[in-house]
Structures are given as C-alpha cells and as structure tokens.
Design a protein. Structure first.
Length: 226
C-alpha cells in the first residue's frame, strides 16, 4: 500500500473527527462492498464479480510478466477468464486454465481458455494441470474458488508448487471475515495467507499491488522469490 500515510479530519455535529488512512480505506471498502455494485459489473457484457481496481492491477502484472499460463481456480460465470485471455491477446502470450466444480452454460469461450470441470484440489484435476503446464517458463496462479480456510489451505499447498520464481500466487477475497467486510464469515483466505507465510519463506507479500488502497484481496499478492 502507499507508504505516504495520511489523516483526514472531518466535522460532524460541531465535533472534529480525525480518521487515519486505514480508517478511510475501510469505510470506503464497506461502502463499495455493501452497495453490491460488484454484483452489477460486467466485462464485454459478461458478469464479473471483481473490483475494477484489482482488474487494473492484473493487467499491470500481465504486461510485466507475460505469463505462459495462468491457472485460475473458480470459473463461475467465466468473465474473469475471458478478461485474462483478452490481456493475453494484447501482450501476445499466454493461456488460461480455469477450474470449477460446477458446469455453467453459456460461459464465454476463447481459444486461449481451457475449462476443467472438477474440484481444484482433486488429484485428477491437479494431474491434468500438471500435464498442461509442463515445460512452461512463467506461471501465474489465481485462487478464487471455495473461500473456506480448509479449502484455501489445500489450494495454496498444491498450487504454490506451480508458481514460477518471479511470478505470483494470488489469493482472492481475503477481505472477508472482518478484513474488513463480512465479519461473521469465519476463517478464510486471510487466515490461510497468514498461516502459509509462516512456513513458506520462498514467498513474500507484495504490498505494492495494493497501491490503489482498496482491494478485495488484501495481503493476497504473494510473489515467489526462491
């Protein structure tokens, strides 16, 4: 996040209230999230459940890395896979392997997208991914399926192995369970990230990817350094 912290002082009922940087970010995060506008956001006419600030960060990362493969767990409507495939078109490299346990009809199709049907942690799915990424030099992983801690723990254990040095393991929706929204969600992605970083020194948190202050994926961009 931006290293130049700030305070904002507002006047309410003749009383002055000073808010720190994180207070302001959290308040806007609540406003944005609870407005449900993210449920009414589209990419090329396809429903995409993501914050545009995060999508912009993804395009910056895509240009920098020009990944050969992006592994996405959690396809849902398929718009995020289409977005990533469109970026691959622009940078002239890459393909998407997207995984979901459910079949959803009329997902957008693209020659760079491969759909796998099944659980992201199922051995047969993991083996298919392993075969498809064999020999690829730059691999980016985005985890966006079941957000319960147990499932994210398992995904991180499996898919961190596919990430190449200098690329990223991105854990989405770490904002739940009070970070800062949905305080009653229960342990989820944020708790998985914290546990993972305690025992995996080959990944570091890249806070520069939170330069727009608000993200649905706080602490979620983990860069592989060794």
């Amino acid at each position: 996040m931006n290293s130049q912290a700030f305070n904002i002082t507002i006047t309410q009922n003749n009383n002055q209230i000073t808010l720190g940087q994180q207070d302001v970010v959290n308040l806007f995060h609540h406003l944005y999230y609870n407005s449900r506008v993210w449920q009414n956001t589209y990419f090329l006419g396809h429903h995409i459940l993501k914050c545009p600030l995060d999508l912009w960060i993804y395009q910056e990362m895509m240009f920098e890395l020009k990944p050969d493969v992006i592994i996405e767990t959690g396809t849902f409507h398929g718009a995020s896979a289409l977005y990533l495939a469109s970026l691959c078109d622009i940078v002239g490299n890459g393909e998407i392997i997207t995984i979901d346990i459910d079949f959803v009809p009329n997902r957008p199709q693209h020659p760079r997208i491969t759909h796998l049907l099944g659980s992201s942690t199922a051995p047969n799915i993991v083996e298919q991914v392993k075969n498809r990424v064999a020999g690829k030099q730059t691999i980016l992983v985005i985890l966006d399926s079941d957000h319960s801690k147990a499932h994210v723990d398992e995904e991180m254990r499996i898919y961190n192995e596919f990430v190449t040095i200098g690329s990223y393991l991105i854990v989405e929706d770490s904002n739940v369970n009070g970070h800062p929204i949905s305080p009653n969600f229960g342990p989820g992605p944020m708790e998985s990230i914290e546990a993972f970083l305690k025992v995996n020194s080959n990944f570091i948190l890249d806070s520069s990817r939170e330069k727009f202050f608000m993200t649905f994926n706080p602490n979620g961009c983990l860069k592989k350094v060794a």
